[in-house]
Ligand binder design. Structure first.
Ligand SMILES: [Zn+2]
Ligand SMILES: [Zn+2]
Length: 350
């Protein structure tokens, strides 16, 4: 059996098709026939080989994978076959894949935080992922049943949905005090808005420099929308909220984090998930004086991924706009994403 892949053969170069023999699963491994794989902003950074750190600095991320490499981490599909020790991996079962797989040995993995493992085997990041017809999964524990959700939605939930969910989980104590503030209403932000309403039962405030995104967020039930580029926005938000206790920065730039911290109440907390880039400085005394917390999080744990799928099914949380394209459109999709031509999610069909 052959495996078709849209491979990264060199950094900063277009993906191209490679065809190899399908790997045979051994031990606890499971071979998945991919039905859908979402295209994510972080795929652009992986293709470039770096993240922007601000002040012209870059974080080189080219180490730790061999080329050709298969990107893609928002995967759902059908079990093709499995090794002799893979329990419950019945061929034909439809599953989403938790892609943030750890080494299983380090302190983070032992605590269940495989997403921040020190020797990760993250699919599409350090191990071949989902821009392909098949993918090899090391253990059936990473398979998550998703029916009756669509496969494309289940895949997207493993990254953008999980990121928003994990950020909201870190704000649960403060979210009980007052409305949340969500900054950046792209794919993760809109998912965060829907999840925040379902989890906390109140509509959050939102902030985005893009009027179209503010309008989309208001249509999706935001309490009020603010433009952080408007010099009056901070005052206005403080007036209606009397200070924010819980904020998510889904943008991750100097501007977005400055806006978030500028509207915090005493004891307020910002969780940063965005990776846009930039550098943030603040007087150190602001931490004690405002009893301020700034915390970062990246994707989420396996337990959170399972809880998220359960929540979305139980509360019937609607999917963001999802468009489907054939696998050989992977590079064209990355180009469109880079140029800002994509609204919602594009999912590749293998
Ligand atoms: Zn992603
Ligand atoms: Zn680990």
């Amino acid at each position: 059996m052959l495996m078709h892949r849209q491979s990264l053969n060199a950094y900063a170069a277009p993906l191209c098709e490679t065809v190899v023999d399908c790997p045979q699963p051994t031990g606890t491994q499971v071979l998945l026939r991919i039905a859908r794989c979402g295209v994510c902003h972080s795929d652009l950074h992986m293709q470039d080989g770096y993240f922007l750190l601000g002040d012209g600095k870059q974080l080189d991320v080219r180490a730790g994978r061999t080329l050709p490499f298969t990107l893609g981490h928002e995967i759902a599909g059908i079990i093709e076959c499995a090794g002799p020790d893979a329990k419950d991996a019945t061929p034909g079962r439809a599953v989403a894949i938790y892609p943030w797989i750890g080494c299983g040995q380090c302190a983070a993995c032992k605590a269940g935080d495989e997403n921040i493992c020190s020797a990760p085997r993250h699919l599409g990041i350090t191990v071949d992922g989902g821009f392909a017809s098949h993918v090899l999964i090391p253990h059936p524990r990473y398979l998550i049943d998703y029916a009756p959700l669509p496969a494309s939605y289940a895949g997207a939930l493993m990254c953008s949905g999980l990121t928003a969910y994990a950020a909201l989980q870190r704000l649960s104590d403060r979210a009980a005090r007052a409305r949340l503030l969500l900054i950046g209403l792209g794919g993760v932000g809109l998912m965060g808005l829907a999840l925040a309403r379902a989890i906390y039962g109140t509509a959050p405030y939102v902030a985005d420099i893009d009027a179209k995104k503010r309008a989309a967020a208001l249509a999706a039930g935001a309490a009020a929308a603010f433009d952080p580029a408007d010099p009056g926005a901070r005052k206005e938000l403080l007036k209606v909220s009397s200070g924010i206790y819980a904020a998510c920065d889904f943008v991750g730039s100097d501007k977005s984090l400055n806006f978030a911290t500028s509207v915090l109440a005493k004891g307020g907390k910002v969780v940063v998930t965005g990776l846009l880039g930039g550098a943030y400085t603040t007087p150190v005394a602001m931490f004690p004086l405002k009893a301020m917390t700034i915390e970062g999080t990246t994707t989420g744990t396996l337990a959170q991924a399972r809880a998220l799928i359960d929540l979305v099914r139980a509360k019937n949380i609607a999917a963001p706009p999802i468009a489907e394209r054939p696998l050989d459109q992977a590079q064209a999709t990355l180009d469109d994403l880079r140029a800002g031509r994509i609204v919602g999610r594009v999912v590749l069909t293998a």
